[in-house]
Design a protein around this ligand. Structure first.
Ligand SMILES: C[S@@+](CC[C@H](N)C(=O)[O-])C[C@H]1O[C@@H](n2cnc3c(N)ncnc32)[C@H](O)[C@@H]1O
Length: 403
């Protein structure tokens, strides 16, 4: 596919684009945060930054209006625009889009929802951004995408074919024998306007170190919803080039524009080797993640804890404890020696300055002499079942050994 990145103000560059030549415009401009965004790459060699400081809301709004008019002009009649913003100026942007595209071209307000940790604000934690979807005309391209049925859906019923009766009422279709007909071709539920897509984690392969970089997964969804292979995608504020990478991965042509030379260089580099992070969390679903180690969580039932994923050294954190740091908890796995379990908890705790590290021993037969090799700072307690087995079999509990 052809993909190009141009250095310059999108106002100037977009003037040179033919009218009605673009299928999708994705705009992710500065959000009116009144900050300069700065971030350094993992190897600390490059420092990226872009300014998001404005004299007034009016200046910001004028900046967007003139560019939006150009984006409208370059879009094909079947094309759409996705405009990414947050609470800093979503109210302004909705008005501008109504003005330039027309209120009746509003298609949806997509909420990109993600989880994050922070407790610094005296208000509900911000964990979404907004993407406005407008089409140029009512005859726009839209490919329905489907998601999973909700866990409460009666799948049994969903998989039964339906038809309309003489009164137009939906009823289950039946074969000649009067039996309900199975219909295994259901595609799922059309995707909604709240998109649960994780933020890029600090170790994600696709993470470039560019400030406010968006996940490819998010751009893929937008591209798949509104374009076909070989269509043209324009990202006038392309930053690290996420949109261009997503377009390339799906066989769409693309053009990115950015005023920052380092962004343009980065986007060009990314296009040479388009990489996407595979999200285990999305593949398995959040529910599956929560239940993945249900057995482990069962051992900790009754505690007010935060389950920890993707960390072999610990299973949960309990806030509060003897010291100021967190209390780390780990459960010994079946077949794992107490020593190995303790060492991996100890390693996980090294940089966290924990108040305590608690290891739940599940193997009741582990010799108490092993206690000598448990790293300092790790406290071993027996799980209830293991404790009971030790009592029943006359083995001494480790706790007795300690005192
Ligand atoms: C929010 S970032 C885009 C991040 C990008 N979506 C990504 O995933 O990396 C906004 C970008 O807009 C660029 N920018 C600001 N003003 C611009 C303008 N007038 N024309 C083109 N790009 C501009 C900034 O340099 C910055 O890279």
């Amino acid at each position: 596919m052809s993909s190009a990145v141009k250095l310059g103000d999108c106002l100037e560059v977009a003037r040179g684009i033919d009218s009605e030549s673009v299928d999708l415009v994705y705009v992710d401009p500065p959000f009116f945060t009144q900050k300069t965004h700065t971030l350094t790459t993992r190897d600390r060699k490059t420092r990226f930054h872009f300014s998001d400081e404005w004299k007034s809301q009016q200046e910001y709004s004028d900046f967007l209006r003139s560019r939006l008019k150009l984006f409208w002009r370059v879009l094909k009649k079947t094309g759409s625009i996705f405009f990414h913003c947050d609470t800093n100026a979503s109210h302004v942007i909705r008005g501008l889009l109504d003005e330039v595209f027309g209120e009746d071209m509003f298609r949806s307000e997509i909420i990109w929802y993600y989880r994050r940790w922070s407790n610094s604000q005296r208000c509900p934690l911000p964990c979404h951004q907004t993407i406005f979807f407008y089409s140029k005309t009512k005859n726009y391209k839209y490919n329905q995408l489907f998601g999973d049925y909700s866990p409460s859906t009666n799948i049994d019923q969903i998989l039964q074919r339906r038809q309309r009766d003489n009164h137009g009422k939906a009823v289950y279709a039946r074969d000649e024998g009067g039996d309900i007909i199975f219909d295994g071709n259901k595609k799922g539920v059309p995707i909604g306007d709240v998109w649960d897509i994780p933020l890029l984690n600090p170790k994600a392969k696709e993470r470039t170190g560019y400030p406010t970089q968006k996940p490819i997964l998010l751009l893929e969804r937008i591209i798949l919803l509104t374009t076909e292979p070989k269509d043209m995608v324009l990202d006038p504020c392309c930053g690290s080039g996420t949109t261009l990478v997503a377009a390339e991965l799906h066989g769409r042509h693309s053009l990115g524009i950015d005023t920052s030379p380092s962004a343009v260089e980065l986007a060009e580099q990314r296009l040479k080797n388009p990489l996407k992070t595979f999200s285990e969390l999305l593949r398995k679903g959040r529910e599956a993640y929560i239940q993945c180690d249900a057995e482990v969580i069962d051992y900790l039932h009754g505690l007010k804890l935060l389950p920890v994923q993707r960390n072999k050294g610990m299973d949960a954190i309990i806030n509060g404890g003897a010291g100021s740091g967190p209390t780390l908890v780990r459960v010994q796995r079946t077949g794992e020696s107490l020593q190995n379990a303790a060492e991996s908890l100890y390693k996980a705790g090294l940089k966290k300055k924990p108040a305590a590290m608690i290891l739940v021993a599940t193997d009741w037969k582990e010799e108490r002499t092993l206690f000598n090799v448990i790293p300092k700072g790790v406290t071993v307690v027996y799980a209830t079942a293991a404790e009971i087995m030790r009592v029943l079999t006359g083995l001494q509990s480790i706790k007795q050994n300690v005192s």
